[in-house]
Design a protein around this ligand. Structure first.
Ligand SMILES: Cc1cc2nc3c(=O)[nH]c(=O)nc-3n(C[C@H](O)[C@H](O)[C@H](O)COP(=O)(O)OP(=O)(O)OC[C@H]3O[C@@H](n4cnc5c(N)ncnc54)[C@H](O)[C@@H]3O)c2cc1C
Length: 393
C-alpha cells in the first residue's frame, strides 16, 4: 500500500495527542492523528480537571462548553467512614466525563486540520524509519512522531522494548453511579495504603474510585466492594473497571531519536493525586512546539533535546511531588496528616490548593518543604497550624 507522508504522526487522540495535533497544525505542520478508537470513547478516569489543567486546556483548545463540566466547590475529607472536615468555597474542580471531554478536544484538533485516522489501530511502529502501519494496512510516514498512546504505549514499547513496568506503577478501580450529582467531592485519605479514595460529583451522578501510587494488593476488588458499601453503593449494581496509571513513573528522557512521548506514555502522572490530564495537555503542546522548532531548523533529530528542555519544569514538579508523596503516604506519618486535615483550616486549604492545582509543589520551596517535613515529624501539626507558606520551619 502507498505510504502517506506528513510532518508529524501523532499516535493517540486523548488529551495529550489532541493537544499535540492542534498545536502542530497551528505551527503550520501536516499532521496525522491516529487512534484505535472511534470517538466518543470511554477512558477510565475520575475526570477531575484541576484549575491548572483547565487553564492548559483553554490555552490550547480555546473556550470549552460549560456543559462539559460540573464545578465542585465543596470538599469533604474522610478517614474511612469518619468525616474529618468539610470545606465550602474550596478551589474549583471541573468534573467532567472523559468520553465527552476527549471527544470535544479531538474534534477541535480535526477541525483545525489534522488528518483523521481515528478508529484505526497502530499495528506496527518503526521509530527509526518514521513509519507506522495501521491495522488496515495503510502506511504513514513522517520525520517526527509523537507517542501519546497512553499508559500501555505501543510507541514506548517500540522504542524501549517495554512500556511502564505494571509492577511499579499505580492502579485504580472505578465505578460510575448514575443519578443526581453527589453533594460534594469526597476524598478518603485511608481508602488504601499509598493511595486514596474519591467520590466525584458529576452532572449526572458520581464517579467513585480507589487507587494508589504503588498498589501492593493483588486484588483490590474485595476492598473496593467494602468501600462502596460504606458509601451507600451496592457493588452488585455497578460496573467496576480497573486501569493502570503511571504515577511517579515519568521517563528521564521522554522519547528517543525522532520520537517524543507525551502524557501517560511518558509517565506524567502526579504521584500524590493521580492527576494526569493537565500534564498530558501541556506535554502534548510542548512536544508539538519542539517538533515545529526542529523542523523549521531543518534538523528533526534535535526535536527531543528541545522537548527535554521545554519539559524541565514539569519534570521538576513531578520530582517534588514524588518526594512529598513519601511523606504524605508514609504509614507512620499518616495519623499526623489526618489530625492536621481534621483540625487545621489553614492546612486543609493549603492541601486542597495543591490537589486542585491552584498551587504548585514548587510554591512550597525547599525551605518551606523542609519546614513541613520537620513539623510533621515532630508531630506539631495536630491542633496547630501547618503553614505551607509559613516561616519555613
Ligand atoms: C482510574 C483513574 C482515574 C483517574 N482520574 C484522574 C482525574 O480525576 N484527573 C486527572 O487529571 N487524571 C486522572 N487520571 C489520569 C488520566 O486519566 C491520564 O493521565 C490521562 O488520560 C492521560 O492522557 P493521555 O492522552 O496521555 O492518554 P489517554 O487518555 O489514555 O489516551 C491514549 C489514547 O491512545 C489510544 N491508543 C492506545 N493504543 C493505541 C494504538 N495501538 N493505536 C492507536 N491508538 C492507540 C487510546 O485509544 C487512547 O485514546 C486517572 C487515571 C485512572 C486510571
Amino acid at each position: 500500500m502507498r505510504a502517506t507522508s506528513h510532518d508529524v504522526l501523532v499516535i493517540g487522540a486523548g488529551p495529550a495527542g489532541s493537544a499535540a495535533a492542534i498545536s502542530a497544525i497551528r505551527a503550520g505542520l501536516r499532521v496525522a492523528l491516529i487512534d484505535k478508537a472511534l470517538f466518543p470513547r470511554d477512558k477510565l478516569c475520575g475526570g477531575g480537571v484541576t484549575a491548572r489543567a483547565y487553564g492548559y486546556a483553554r490555552a490550547v483548545f480555546g473556550d470549552l462548553p460549560d456543559g462539559l463540566f460540573h464545578i465542585s466547590r465543596s470538599v469533604r475529607f474522610f478517614s474511612g467512614p469518619v468525616s474529618l472536615a468539610r470545606l465550602d468555597h474550596a478551589p474549583p474542580i471541573y468534573m467532567t466525563m472523559r468520553a465527552a471531554f476527549d471527544a470535544e478536544l479531538r474534534t477541535r484538533a480535526i477541525a483545525a486540520g489534522a488528518q483523521d485516522f481515528c478508529g484505526q489501530r497502530m499495528a506496527e511502529c518503526l521509530p527509526g524509519a518514521g513509519r507506522v502501519t495501521l491495522a488496515g494496512g495503510q502506511v504513514l510516514t513522517a520525520p517526527l512522531m509523537i507517542g501519546a498512546d497512553g499508559v500501555h504505549s505501543g510507541v514506548a514499547r517500540a522504542l524501549f522494548g517495554r512500556g511502564h513496568d505494571p509492577a511499579t506503577i499505580g492502579f485504580a478501580l472505578e465505578a460510575e453511579v448514575p443519578g443526581a450529582p453527589g453533594p460534594e467531592t469526597g476524598l478518603d485519605m485511608t481508602a488504601l495504603p499509598f493511595g486514596y479514595g474519591w467520590d466525584f460529583p458529576k452532572a449526572q451522578g458520581r464517579t467513585l474510585g480507589i487507587g494508589g501510587v504503588s498498589v501492593q494488593e493483588k486484588d483490590l476488588r474485595p476492598r473496593f466492594h467494602d468501600w462502596l458499601r460504606a458509601r451507600g453503593v451496592d457493588p452488585a449494581t455497578v460496573k467496576i473497571k480497573g486501569h493502570h496509571l503511571p504515577s511517579g513513573a515519568s521517563r528521564a528522557v521522554p522519547g528517543r531519536g525522532t520520537v517524543l512521548l507525551a502524557g501517560d506514555a511518558a509517565g506524567l502522572v502526579d504521584p500524590i493525586t493521580g492527576e494526569g490530564i493537565g500534564w498530558a495537555i501541556l506535554s502534548g503542546r510542548l512536544a508539538a512546539e519542539a517538533a515545529s522548532e526542529a523542523l523549521r531548523a531543518g534538523a528533526p533529530q534535535t526535536a527531543l533535546i528541545r522537548y527535554q528542555a521545554h519539559m524541565r519544569p514539569i519534570r521538576a514538579e513531578l520530582l517534588r511531588a514524588r518526594l512529598l508523596a513519601k511523606l504524605v503516604y508514609h504509614p507512620a506519618l499518616q495519623p499526623r496528616l489526618l489530625r492536621a486535615l481534621g483540625s487545621s483550616d489553614h492546612f486543609q486549604r493549603r492541601y486542597l490548593a495543591l490537589l486542585a492545582g491552584e498551587m504548585d509543589y514548587a510554591d512550597l520551596g525547599p525551605r518551606r518543604l523542609a519546614g513541613v517535613v520537620w513539623r510533621v515529624l515532630r508531630g506539631r501539626v495536630g491542633g496547630s497550624r501547618l503553614d505551607a507558606r509559613g516561616s519555613g520551619g
